[in-house]
Design a binder for this molecule. Structure first.
Ligand SMILES: Cc1ncc(COP(=O)(O)O)c(C=O)c1O
Length: 456
């Protein structure tokens, strides 16, 4: 790797990746030793940071074309679900390669709607991964079912498909796999298992817009695919979600559910059709759809840019001892890198803890995060088990919480959560030289590891 030239010196106060929703913060200590030379000293110890330049900001929008769409909606006075939402749904279905799409208020409501309309509820077990955003699990609990955790493959950061079958019981009704970080799970193997055991599959593709396995978009393998368009996401709307499926009957029910149980149809405001099913309200607005349509134009190009940079960065850091970049699952033809992950092995950094590594990396001007914590042990599970609904529906032995925790241990995931490091998707929208900065900063910390161990 090329040696970096640390020529310029600047005071960096606080560079924060706002809106990433994942707590990626680079708090760069103001450097008070401006006489310091670029001698390779770690920035956190008073040396010159590898970079002082800003990272690409997120979200990105075009003040002419994007604003024009939103203003058009604003001036129309039609703000509740109408033609713009329908246009967004049609375009999203086309983008993903699905027959139908229903836009919802967010990814969480997409998942709850899909789970409910697939008939999943009290008494059911749903197989999930513990390495995910909380919504993957909470949506299962919200429909009254019990999440069953399958350990994570630390190399891919995805559900370990070799461990799924041993978790299937007579109560298992579905798998809700997540394509986490924008890297596809081994969805073909998951579908084989689901077919063999007659299980439903609800893909949580909330971080994987346009990711592909064997040239087929994730979200289109299972009975339903769910997406999120929250502000940090690769296609940001602020808030928004979608369900995709080829099954008309299921999609009609989803539509109905998301509109108070009124019959499926274009007009959402009418009460004349009555209420066919128990419903709720998860409709998105016209101006959300207008932003979505504008963002959609950029998604493909940005995803390609991210993937190109991710591959390059991976190649630059893979030989640094103690850095284990992500591996892709079998047959992945496109990854969309909502996050760029690697595992950090402190043994190769003279025992430097991950938290100190992250602080030192941030000080070099590289925003980074430790990522998820294990979701299979947190108190929200007990709260659900102790709720009135669960207490009334489930037999006592199923609500034995200690037994549940015991059955749901995920040791590989525990270790992964101790070792993971992430970079945000906006960083991958930078230049090749930006990727070199990241790699250079990691190398620099590796060289300085011995001096950094005593950091507070
Ligand atoms: C993996 C995953 N699933 C589900 C969700 C829920 O999406 P939303 O925040 O739009 O409700 C998110 C959002 O962060 C997510 O990352």
């Amino acid at each position: 790797m090329k040696k970096k030239e640390y020529s310029r010196r600047k005071f960096i106060k606080h560079s924060t990746l706002t809106g990433l929703g994942i707590g990626l913060t680079a708090s760069v200590t103001p450097n008070l030793f401006s006489s310091c030379q670029s001698d390779g000293t770690a920035a956190i110890l008073g040396g010159q940071p590898v970079r002082t330049k800003e990272w690409p900001k997120w979200p990105i929008w075009n003040t002419e074309t994007d604003e024009e769409r939103v203003i058009k909606v604003l001036r129309s006075g039609v703000w509740s679900r109408s033609d713009t939402v329908i246009e967004f749904e049609e375009k999203w279905a086309e983008t993903i390669g699905s027959k139908r799409c229903l836009a919802t208020t967010n990814g969480t409501s997409a998942q709850i709607t899909a789970l409910r309309q697939l008939g999943i509820g009290a008494g059911d077990e749903v197989i999930v991964s513990p390495y995910t955003f909380i919504a993957t699990i909470q949506t299962v609990l919200m429909v009254g079912a019990i999440p069953v955790f399958v350990d994570t493959n630390p190399a891919t950061f995805q559900i370990d498909t070799d461990k799924i079958e041993e978790k299937i019981t007579s109560r298992t009704i579905a798998i809700q796999p997540v394509h986490i970080l924008g890297l596809p799970a081994n969805i073909e193997k998951i579908m084989d298992i689901a077919r063999k055991h007659k299980l439903l599959v609800i893909e949580d593709a909330c971080q994987a817009w346009q990711a592909e396995v064997n040239n087929k978009k994730v979200g289109t393998f299972g009975d339903a695919g769910c997406f999120s368009f929250q502000n940090s996401k690769n296609i940001p709307i602020g808030e928004g979600g979608a369900i995709v499926s080829d099954n008309d009957e299921f999609m009609d029910r989803c539509f109905s559910f998301h509109n108070f149980g009124r019959p499926h149809g274009k007009v959402v405001g009418t009460v004349s059709g009555g209420y066919e099913i128990l419903g709720s309200k998860c409709r998105i607005t016209e101006y959300q759809a207008a932003i979505g349509l504008a963002q959609l134009k950029r998604l493909d190009g940005q995803n390609t840019h991210r993937e190109t940079n991710a591959k390059y960065l991976r190649a630059q850091i893979q030989d640094i001892p103690g850095i284990l970049p992500y591996e892709l699952s079998e047959n992945v033809t496109r990854a969309v890198f909502h996050l760029f992950p690697f595992r950090y092995k402190k043994e190769e950094f003279q025992g430097l803890s991950r938290s100190k590594f992250l602080k030192a990396l941030s000080a070099e001007g590289i925003p980074c995060s430790s990522g998820y914590k294990p979701l299979n042990t947190m108190p929200y599970l007990k709260d659900a088990f102790e709720s009135k609904n669960f207490q009334k529906v489930y037999p006592k032995e199923m609500l034995d919480f200690d037994g549940y925790l015991q059955r749901n241990q995920c040791p590989q995931n525990d270790q992964l959560c101790e070792e993971a490091v992430w970079f945000g998707q906006n960083m991958l929208l930078g230049t090749r030289s930006d990727m070199n900065d990241i790699a250079g900063a990691i190398e620099k910390i590796h060289k300085n590891a011995g001096n950094l161990k005593d950091l507070a």
